[in-house]
Design a protein around this ligand. Structure first.
Ligand code: HEM
Length: 536
């Protein structure tokens, strides 16, 4: 606290800035100067002009001018909450230490504090939370070994498997760079040239593309990770969050439209209010485990993020549960500045060779150094809740020197014999996978782009399939024939009934001529059908 609690000690006649009556509630500027007039700038006479030395005004307005930082380039719209993760101390019914030495999982009942941020993906920071979009489900575990971020989505798979395609994908989903209008034709132009997206499109245009809120949805790590035990042996794993206390609930397009007509923030509000009234949302964390090899017996590659691992064959094994029980006190400081990344793992957890995961792992901390700043890890929401001792120094907004109490302050380097930091003692054997192959640019062999899309289509309930067909019809109706035809071909490859129904529904709904306000056509821009490039 910067100020005395009563006027007697704080102000004196010798201090011209301080009148009497300064207390804890007294308004000050960032320099601690009490502000006695917050209504009027200094002017020559009451009618102006003003003068440039108006320190309080200039500080106030110039800080306001800088109140925004760049939004997240994706997942800009979100909501956050704190809570804890409680380990079951086993994986399914087996001892967990056989699979991972990660400390947070070992003991039944052990609690690790967490911060979670849910989000939508494509649109800006105040866009409606009813939009058809995957939902982000990012969890930061503040473990005794440092932070672990599990940066997931609600849906269990993804559109693409190569990170090189991510910027193009996102560009096609975001508003048109000329009109700033969201255009399904641009999105489906990309998707119809990316057959691997068919499975994800099938989920996204079904009711699973609009979860009812953040509490009643699942989460998934999507990418394949590794668990490493004390001997350095690894298995590959997928992570899943399943809501406890409530069913999963999704919306039809009509239900979403009705909510959107009244409330742009229904999911944030639902989460905030549930926590305020003590109805704390809970999820169980489960993993699927496979041995760490290529699994030639499967008709897909277990590292391929466009694929599900069949739950019948590879059961969900519970490892703990998460409870969210505290709302942030300030949205900007805690939620907006929160930074999650797939590189943030603890001992006993590792990356897999999944290419998409490796691309992500570079991208997150790179964007955060730009979006939040070089020292983003010193902010309370991002900083680990254990000792941090590095030799990293300086940079914009550095406000702590993260050195150990006994560290010689002159030694900001390692190795040293005069009081510098020392390397940690390893807690187990290093996992050392062996590689021997040519360096190539090549897609994976078992691409199998359509089979699981068909399985997912057949697993849907009738009303979900009806919604899917109707939602795809609305979107494809504004697309040129070349795009529609490719999409119908993909849906047919997935399941002939799926392709036929989309095709019939489109024929019934009308022709391309009905497209409203096609900017390309108005501008005479010819996006010739021949430009469609096959990725095969
Ligand atoms: C956010 C990149 C795929 C889940 C972000 C951000 C970037 C990014 C740059 C903004 C981060 C920030 O400003 O703090 C990528 C790339 C991907 C990819 C390059 C593929 C190559 C995925 C996948 C998932 C996912 C597959 C789901 C498993 C999320 C989530 C957030 C996010 C949940 C928001 C985190 C938060 O709440 O702050 N991504 N992403 N992303 N991404 Fe990805």
């Amino acid at each position: 606290q910067m100020h005395g609690t009563n006027a007697a000690g704080a102000g004196s006649a010798a201090d011209p800035r301080m009148g009497s009556g300064e207390g804890e509630m007294t308004l000050t500027d960032r320099q601690g100067h009490p502000i006695s007039d917050n209504q009027n700038i200094r002017t020559i006479g009451s009618r102006g002009p003003s003068t440039l030395e108006n320190y309080h005004f200039i500080e106030k307005i110039s800080h306001f001018d800088r109140e925004r930082i760049p939004e997240r380039v994706v997942h800009a719209r979100g909501a956050g909450a704190y809570g804890y993760f409680e380990a079951y101390g086993k994986v399914g019914s087996e001892p967990i230490a056989a699979y991972t030495r990660a400390k947070l999982f070992q003991e039944a009942g052990k609690r690790t504090p967490v911060f979670v941020r849910f989000s939508t993906v494509v649109h800006g920071g105040h866009s409606p939370e009813t939009l058809r979009d995957p939902r982000g489900f990012a969890v930061k575990f503040y473990t005794e070994d440092g932070n672990w971020d599990l940066v997931g989505n609600n849906l269990k798979i993804f559109f693409i498997r190569d990170p090189l395609k991510f910027p193009d994908m996102v560009h096609s989903f975001k508003p048109d760079p000329v009109t700033n209008i969201n255009d399904p034709e641009r999105m489906f132009d990309f998707l119809s040239n990316s057959p691997e997206a068919t499975h994800m499109v099938t989920f996204l245009f079904s009711p699973w593309g609009i979860p009812a809120n953040y509490r009643q949805m699942q989460g998934s790590g999507v990418n394949t990770y590794k668990w490493v035990n004390e001997e350095g042996k690894a298995v590959i794993v997928k992570y899943h969050w399943e809501p406890l206390k409530t069913a999963i609930r999704n919306l039809t397009q009509k239900e979403a439209d009705e909510i959107q007509g009244k409330n742009y923030s229904h999911a944030t509000q639902d989460l905030y209010e549930a926590i305020e009234r003590g109805d704390y949302p809970e999820w169980e964390l489960a993993v699927q485990i496979l041995s760490d090899d290529e699994h030639p017996e499967l008709d897909f590659d277990p590292l391929d993020p466009t694929k599900l691992w069949d739950a019948g064959q590879f059961p969900f094994l519970p490892v703990g549960k998460m409870v969210l029980n505290r709302n942030p006190e300030n949205y900007f400081a805690e939620v907006e500045q929160a930074a999650f990344g797939t590189g943030v793992l603890v001992d006993g957890l590792d990356f897999s060779d999944d290419k998409l995961l490796q691309g992500r792992t570079f991208s997150y901390s790179d964007t955060q150094r730009h979006r939040v700043g070089t020292n983003y890890l010193q902010l309370p929401v991002n900083a680990p809740k254990k000792h941090v001792a590095t030799n990293q120094r300086d940079g914009q907004m550095a406000f702590v020197v993260d050195r150990a109490p006994d560290q010689n302050p002159h030694v900001n380097y390692e190795p040293s014999s005069i009081g510098g930091l020392k390397e940690a003692v390893p807690t187990g054997k290093e996992h050392e996978p062996a590689y021997s192959d040519k360096l190539v640019r090549r897609k994976i062999e078992r691409a199998n782009d359509f089979k699981q899309a068909g399985e997912t289509y057949r697993r849907f309930e009738d009303w979900e399939r009806e919604e899917l067909i109707a939602n795809l019809t609305d979107a494809l109706l504004v697309c040129r024939p070349v795009i529609r035809e490719k999409m119908i071909e993909y849906f047919t490859n997935a399941d002939p009934d799926y392709g036929r129904r989309v095709s019939e529904s489109l024929a019934k709904a009308g022709s391309i001529g009905e497209r409203m306000g096609s900017v390309y056509e108005q501008q005479g821009v010819e996006m010739a059908d021949e430009m469609g490039r096959s990725t095969d």
